[in-house]
Design a protein. Structure first.
Lengths: 222, 144
C-alpha cells in the first residue's frame, strides 16, 4: 500500500487561510489502512482546523467526508456535489489521489493534507516500512524475495558494500543491511549459488527517472 | 464577573474509574461538580476524535480514566488509551490549546477517594489555566 503521514495543523492552516468553505476529503483505501487520511483522520483534521481558526476569531465552514478511493473517478462522482460547493479542497489521499481530485475540479484549489511517503507494508502495529520504489522492472526473484533496489541505501545489485555493521546498514544503523537479509534468505532456501550470478545494470529509464510513466493496455480499452 | 467554572469531561472506564466514582458517591466523598462523566466499556474505546469533539464542543478539560496499568479488563486497552492521549495532546499543542487540558489517569474500582482527589486536583489545574481558548475566542464570544 501507499504509506503517508499527517501534516502539522499549522501547515494546513496556512494553506487554507484564504478560503471560507473548505472540504476535507478522506480516502478509504491506502491512507485509511496507514491511519493518515481515512475517515477518522479527516474528522480529526476538520475539528482541529475549525478550532485553530476559532482561536483567531475566524469562523470557517469546514466539513469532512470520505470516499472509497480518490484515485478513481467513479468514487469521486459520489462526492462531486459536496466538493463542488467548497471554495477549496484538502485531500488526505496520496499524491495520486490529490492530483485526481485536482484534475476533476480544474477551477478549484486542491491541497494535499498528508505527506505521501512510500510504497510499503505494516511491519507491526504502528510501524510501516518501505518495500518498493516502483523501479519499473521488478527483479526481486534472484534476491531471495528481498528488493536491493529499495532496501539497500546504495541500490547495489551485486553484493554488499562492505560497510554493514552487525547486519545493520552503515547509512542508517536502524535499518537492516539488505544484502545481509538477501544472503541469510538465500542460504535458508538453499539458493546461495544465485550470489555468483552477475546482475545486469538496471535500466533506470524504466523508473520515474525516465519521466512520468504510463501504461496502455489495448486489450482493456473500451 | 462571576468566577470561572471549568467544564470538564471525563471518559471513565466501566471496570475501574466509573466504579471508583460510584464508590466515591457511596461514601459521600466530596469533589467539584464541574465534571461530566461518560461511561465507556474501556478507556481503549475512547477515540481521539471523541476527545477533539469534546474540546470543540466547549470542554475546558478532558480526563481519560482507565484501569491501573496491568489491570485492564481487556488486557491493554488502557495502554492504548495512554498512547492515543499523548497523540491528541500533540495535536492540541499544534492547534494552540494547552496540552495540559487533557490528561490520562489510572485508577482501580477500589480507589473512590483517589477518584475524588483526581477530579479536585484536575479541576483546580483547569481553573488556573482559565477557559479553553476555543470557547474563549472572539467568535465564540459573539455566538454566546
Amino acid at each position: 500500500m501507499i504509506v503517508a503521514s499527517r501534516k502539522n495543523i499549522q501547515e494546513l492552516k496556512e494553506l487554507l487561510t484564504p478560503y471560507q468553505r473548505i472540504a476535507i476529503l478522506g480516502c478509504g483505501t491506502c491512507v485509511t489502512v496507514c491511519l493518515a487520511g481515512g475517515e477518522r483522520e479527516a474528522g480529526m483534521a476538520a475539528s482541529a482546523l475549525r478550532m485553530t481558526y476559532r482561536l483567531d476569531g475566524v469562523q470557517k465552514d469546514i466539513r469532512d467526508l470520505t470516499i472509497e478511493r480518490q484515485c478513481d473517478d467513479a468514487f469521486i462522482d459520489e462526492a462531486w456535489k459536496s466538493l463542488d460547493e467548497a471554495d477549496a479542497i484538502l485531500s488526505l489521499a496520496c499524491g495520486a489521489g490529490v492530483q485526481a481530485i485536482a484534475e476533476r475540479f480544474p477551477n478549484k484549489p486542491v491541497f494535499p493534507g498528508v505527506d505521501t511517503q512510500f510504497i510499503g507494508i505494516l511491519e507491526e502495529q504502528g510501524i510501516w516500512t518501505e518495500k518498493c520504489i516502483a523501479c519499473g522492472q521488478c527483479r526481486i526473484g534472484p534476491f531471495g524475495g528481498i528488493c536491493p533496489v529499495t532496501r539497500c541505501a546504495k541500490h547495489l545489485l551485486n553484493g554488499p558494500c562492505g560497510g554493514s555493521d552487525d547486519g545493520k546498514c552503515e547509512v542508517n544503523p536502524d535499518a537492516d543491511c539488505a544484502w545481509q537479509l538477501i544472503y541469510d534468505r538465500l542460504k535458508a532456501i538453499g539458493e546461495e549459488y544465485r550470489l555468483t550470478e552477475i546482475a545486469p545494470l538496471p535500466d533506470w529509464s524504466l523508473s520515474n527517472e525516465g519521466g512520468c510513466r504510463k501504461i496502455i493496455r489495448e486489450d482493456q480499452r473500451i | 464577573m462571576s468566577e470561572f467554572e471549568p467544564q470538564i469531561l471525563a471518559f471513565c472506564c466501566h471496570y475501574c474509574a466509573y466504579a471508583a466514582a460510584d464508590l466515591a458517591g457511596t461514601f459521600r466523598a466530596q469533589y467539584p461538580t464541574n465534571v461530566r462523566i461518560i461511561r465507556v466499556p474501556c478507556s481503549g474505546k475512547v477515540d481521539p476524535l471523541h476527545i477533539m469533539q469534546a474540546f470543540e464542543s466547549g470542554a475546558d478539560g478532558v480526563l481519560v480514566a482507565g484501569c491501573l496499568e496491568g489491570g485492564c479488563h481487556f488486557q491493554e486497552g488502557n495502554l492504548r488509551a495512554k498512547r492515543r492521549v499523548a497523540h491528541v495532546s500533540q495535536i492540541l499543542d499544534e492547534i494552540g490549546i494547552e496540552p495540559d487540558r487533557l490528561r490520562m489517569v489510572n485508577l482501580s474500582s477500589a480507589m473512590g477517594q483517589a477518584f475524588a482527589n483526581t477530579i479536585t486536583q484536575f479541576t483546580e489545574q483547569i481553573r488556573k489555566l482559565g477557559p479553553s481558548p476555543v470557547t474563549n475566542s472572539v467568535f465564540m464570544e459573539k455566538t454566546k
